[in-house]
Design a binder for this molecule. Structure first.
Ligand code: C2E
Ligand code: MG
Ligand code: MG
Ligand code: MG
Length: 282
């Protein structure tokens, strides 16, 4: 069944595909329960980012994981899409932000300072209470807003552009950082980018995964980095899987890399250990 979004109601019902429809409905109920019970089936992993200029690992992206009742990982892109279609995303994102803020607090207590990015959906940023919620949460966990980076895709921004830009401007004034995720695959024009109150551009991994093999990708990535810098933005490459790609990104003057070559997403405690090990060896 094709999932179609309509005003927060669930509407996958396209081709009379009852089975797929019921499966998804059931999955949403399960996800709702997992959120309510918070019993560990739902958790965050963190993927570190390396600053190519300073060689420091000082940022990480929070990525949600869900183990369902059959003990199987559910694809995050799939259940996030379901959460968006069902309206559950607002609750889910609040859960994510609370978890991330708590983890930052724990790291800070260990003397570790990572800026953590969280992925938002269009509905989150448009939600009336969102700014209030963020401030309340950072205050509660004694976390500085500047240690939180909010990632949005071009599509999330385009959905209600004027409102979203106003919200982002407000959030930036409070110290939160804003990042454009999956940059390069959306429909955005360069003119639009110029007007966005953002700090960071994340080049979509489809341009990065085979960077070392594709001179076209190299041209695209190099010019995107140059553009980002001209606009005063920090540029991150996600999906870096090998040393040759890392070398190219260094040569292109990219600011940060994120990818399996550095580390896979992992739980908070594991990232502390990974980090200690990394620092010792670099
Ligand atoms: P994203 O925000 O673009 O996150 C980057 C994705 O690339 C992650 O997939 C990450 O595991 C993967 N990745 C990182 N390095 C590499 C690499 O070297 N090679 C390859 N092949 N992949 C790499 P993941 O964790 O499966 O998440 C997929 C998407 O699901 C995310 O894409 C994001 O759009 C969404 N997502 C994940 N967690 C959350 C969340 O808490 N909230 C929301 N709203 N969306 C989330
Ligand atoms: Mg992201
Ligand atoms: Mg998204
Ligand atoms: Mg991305």
């Amino acid at each position: 069944a094709n999932a179609v979004k309509s005003n927060n109601t669930l509407q996958f019902y396209q081709n009379g595909d009852d089975e797929a429809y019921l499966y998804k409905l059931n999955l949403i109920e399960e996800l709702k329960l997992a959120l309510e019970q918070d019993s560990g089936n739902l958790f965050l992993t963190y993927q570190p980012k390396l600053n190519l200029k300073t060689k420091q690992v000082d940022k990480a992206e929070a990525l949600i994981r869900w183990v369902d009742k059959n003990n199987e990982f559910v694809n995050p892109e799939m259940f996030i899409a379901l959460a968006e279609q069902s309206g559950l995303i607002v609750t889910l994102t609040q859960w994510v932000i609370r978890q991330a803020a708590h983890q930052i607090q724990i790291w800070n207590q260990q003397g570790l300072y990572f800026n953590v990015s969280v992925n938002l959906s269009a509905q989150d940023i448009q939600h009336e209470q969102f700014v209030h919620f963020l401030l309340e949460t950072t205050t509660h966990y004694c976390v500085d807003p500047s240690s939180i980076i909010l990632e949005l895709t071009e599509r999330d921004i385009a959905e209600n552009e004027a409102l979203v830009i106003a919200k982002l401007t407000h959030l930036k004034s409070l110290g939160f950082e804003i990042s454009v995720d999956d940059y390069g695959i959306g429909q955005s024009s360069l003119a639009k980018l110029k007007n966005l109150p953002v700090d960071e551009l994340k080049i979509d991994k489809c341009f990065i995964l085979k960077l070392n093999e594709s001179s076209q990708d190299q041209d695209i990535v190099e010019s995107t980095i140059t553009l980002g810098h001209k606009l005063g933005l920090r540029v991150v490459a996600e999906g870096v899987e090998n040393q040759p790609s890392l070398d190219l990104l260094t040569q292109f003057n990219c600011d940060y890399i994120q990818g399996y070559y550095l580390a896979k997403p992992q739980k908070g405690e594991q990232l502390s250990e990974w980090y200690a090990h990394y620092v010792k060896n670099h």
